[in-house]
Each structure stands twice: as C-alpha cells, then as structure tokens.
Design a protein around this ligand. Structure first.
Ligand SMILES: [Zn+2]
Length: 441
C-alpha cells in the first residue's frame, strides 16, 4: 500500500492548515486535531526532524487521495480571505500606443494598491461568477480575487468579473510546491509582482495609459512655455515639513562640511540618498537661511505650464535645493545640465524621468527647471545671458554668494513682520510682483 502524504488539513474550525505551520511539541500525531479536507477523516501529523513534514490518514485503506494543488488552492484562498489588509504590488502590462505615426508596444505600470480594513469572504456567488475571495473595501469598493493554480481566467470569465466588481485580480500559485508552503512563505510570495495580474481595474489602467502616452508624446513636440509663466503664485505653505527640516539644521551644518570634501557626482548621489526634508536642511545650511522662513521664491506654485511626472513633489522639496545649487555663484545656469543633476540629487522626485528629450532638446525635468528659472528671471533673481526664446534662455545668478542672498532677503522681508509671523513665507513679496506685472500689462 502506498502512503498518501498530504500537505494541508482542516482544523476544528473548518479552516485549512498547512502542516508546515504546526508546532511539533503541540501538534505531533493526532494532537494536530486535523481532518482530511477531502474525506473528513482524522489525520495524523508527521513532524519528524529528518524528513519533510506531512499529514497522513489515521485509518488504513481510506481510498482517499486528495489532489495536492486543490488543497494548496484552498489553503491560499482561506488565508487570503482572513486578511484585513492586502498590498497588491505595482503591476506592468503591455499596451499599444500611437506615437506620432508609429505604433509602439510599451508596458504601463499600474501603481501599488494598499487595501486596508478589508472584509473577506470565500466563494460568494455573484451574477454568473463566483470568485475565490470577495473583499469589501470602504475606499475601493468590491475586490474579487482569483487564486490561479491551473488555468488563467479566460476572457468570458473576465467579462463577468468586470460586470460584477469594481476590481478583480488574479494571484498565481501554480508553481508553488503543493506540499510545502506555510503562512510565512505565503507572505513572501504575496510581494512578488510576477504573481499578480489585474483582471479588472479600469481606473488604474486608464491612469497608466495616460501617463505612458504623456511620456511618449514628450519626444514628439517642441516644448514651449505658455506666456502665463510670468504670473507668479506662491505654493501652499508646508509648515510641518519645513519645521522638520528646521529641526535638522544642526545635523545639516555638520553634514555640509563632509559634503564639501566629496567630488561633484558623489555629492549629488549623497544628496539623492537623503530624505526630502534633510535635503532642504542641507540646502538651507549651505545658503545660511532657515527653513522656517524660506523665501517665497523658493516656494513657487505650479500653475499653467508645469510639467507632469517630474519634480513630483511640493516645491519646498526641490526649489531650495535647485536655488542653492544653481542660482548662487558665477556659473551660467543651463537647464539641460541642471536637469541631469536633479535626476541624481533629487532621486525620488524624478523617478519618472526617462531621459526622453523634446524636439528642442529638453527632458521634462529640464523643462520644469527652465520654467522655474524663467520665473526667477521675472522676479529679478537671475539674469538672462542669452536666448531670445524663453525655452532657449541661459541665465546668470544675481547673487554671487550666500551673503548677498541673505542681505537681499533681509531687505525684502522686513524683520518686524518676520518676527510676528515666523512660519509664514513673505507672500507680500510675490504680491508686489503680481501687481507690477498687472500694471505693466
Ligand atoms: Zn481523506
């Protein structure tokens, strides 16, 4: 007689249990209190030190031989249904795009989704479809999950899922060892993006397609700033983050001494490895100003002409660093070079920069910086050196040293006012420029 070894049993609550999750001292033999998921008869747990653990029917001659993959599927399904939280990793799917006149196949990425406060149920019947697990999520609506262990979901079933649920996703366990997976291993395989496939996610796919199209189209056109770039608006204030940066100023001053010893490229990657607020602290330390009273021209709002998918953060997180690096000193300011530096030094904010250049030679990051430099030109904080077209201009810093910058700030930001509102930027400074512009128009 062959011994049938089984990887999973059912506990007293009817829940699937992996033999690998048992504890030898507590669960050896019949103490496992498990029954066969197929025939319901008692199981004995073999938890030896030398051999792989397995369940075995207690009775002889049961004539029962459960399919290992069926049991694995049921185990994974039950475990997933118990979860209150589920993280679906970013998933890439290929799509076809029209770029100019060319057809291009490119992967789009559907961003990571984190579902919390979930209520999961096993095999709830919908209209013509019965997903392995159905979650109710307060924010996302209903999420159907299919555990794949043989065939992938076909188009007909996918359509039925689409008709029933806001979201549907497939999780592939077909290559897992049927006998040897427990709860811990399941946690690990859940983080593997290759196991996940979106079956229904209209909003996520639309988002991914729009983003990819924007990136692809960038190379097809001449970038130009709208005339309205001359309107200057302050960004929403970010007091919490700037207070965080303020609290790091002592550290930043020490770090700056070390940073000055590093070569140019090393210094950029060092900055790139810091947190957003630490970078601001370092930039402020270098300029000798305080993050809490950051001048408003390092906090300029987006508005028309700002470019999506680059410098993807609040202006506080990049403008002080850019100003520190390029807008003080003697060197000519060139957006293309600045753009390259930012990809390294502002890592995380330029993640979607793919290096694609517009027909007039600017990456999206460079264009975004050019727009910022043009605004600084309007404010009289950098001077034009050449280029009639705004897109092609180069600039020269107005301030030769941090000292000059500080005395300029002191003149334009009355100390009395600063004392009264220590955490607010000098909006009055920008308002003055708005008025000047309106009068001159
Ligand atoms: Zn059985």
């Amino acid at each position: 007689m062959t011994i049938v070894s089984i990887g999973f049993g059912r506990d007293l609550n009817g829940r699937m249990v992996a033999v690998n999750d048992l504890v030898p001292e507590k669960h050896r033999g019949l103490k496992c209190n498990c029954t066969c998921p197929e025939c319901g008869r008692k199981l004995r747990a073999h938890l030896g030190e030398k051999t792989t653990w397995y369940f075995q029917h207690y009775a002889d001659n049961t004539n029962c031989n459960p399919q290992p993959m069926t049991l694995l599927h049921a185990f994974v399904r039950d475990q997933l249904a118990l979860r209150k939280a589920l993280e679906i990793p970013p998933i890439a799917i290929p799509r076809e795009f029209l770029v100019g006149r060319r057809r291009v196949i490119q992967s789009i990425t559907i961003p990571r989704q984190v579902h919390t406060s979930l209520k999961g149920a096993v095999e709830v019947r919908g209209d013509g479809v019965q997903p392995d697990v159905l979650y109710e999520s307060a924010i996302w609506g209903r999420l159907a999950l299919e555990v794949r262990y043989s065939h992938e979901v076909d188009e007909e079933k996918r359509q039925r899922l689409q008709n029933n649920y806001e979201l549907a996703v497939e999780f592939d366990v077909s290559d897992l060892p049927p006998s040897g997976i427990g709860r811990d291993q399941l946690e690990t395989v859940l983080t593997d993006p290759g196991r996940w496939t979106w079956l229904v996610n209209d909003r996520g796919i639309e988002f991914g397609v729009n983003k990819a199209q924007t990136l692809l189209d960038w190379g097809e056109k001449n970038w130009s700033v709208p005339a309205s770039y001359k309107e200057i608006h302050p960004a929403a204030w970010a007091p919490k983050k700037l207070m965080e940066a303020q609290s790091r100023l002592v550290w930043a001053k020490a770090a700056l001494q070390q940073l000055k010893l590093l070569r140019r490229e090393r210094a950029a990657s060092w900055l790139g490895a810091q947190s957003k607020t630490d970078r601001v602290a370092v930039a402020c330390a270098a300029m000798g100003i305080e993050p809490m009273v950051l001048p408003s021209f390092m906090l300029l709002g987006g508005g028309e002409g700002s470019i999506p998918w680059t410098l993807d953060g609040h202006p506080y997180s990049w403008q002080p660093i850019v100003f520190m690096k390029f807008c003080i000193g003697q060197e000519e300011i060139n957006a293309a070079e600045a753009g390259q530096w930012c990809v390294t030094a502002l890592a995380g904010l330029c993640e979607d920069e793919d290096g694609r250049k517009s027909r007039n030679g600017l990456t999206r990051t460079a264009a975004m910086l050019q727009r910022y430099f043009l605004q600084l030109e309007v404010l009289g904080l950098v001077e034009r050196t050449r280029g009639a077209l705004p897109e092609e201009r180069s600039f020269r810093p107005r301030f030769a040293s941090p000292n000059e910058l500080r005395s300029y700030i002191a003149q334009h930001q009355p100390p009395a006012k600063r004392r009264r509102t220590p955490f607010a930027p000098d909006f009055a400074f920008l308002a003055r420029y708005d008025r000047t512009l309106r009068n001159s128009a």
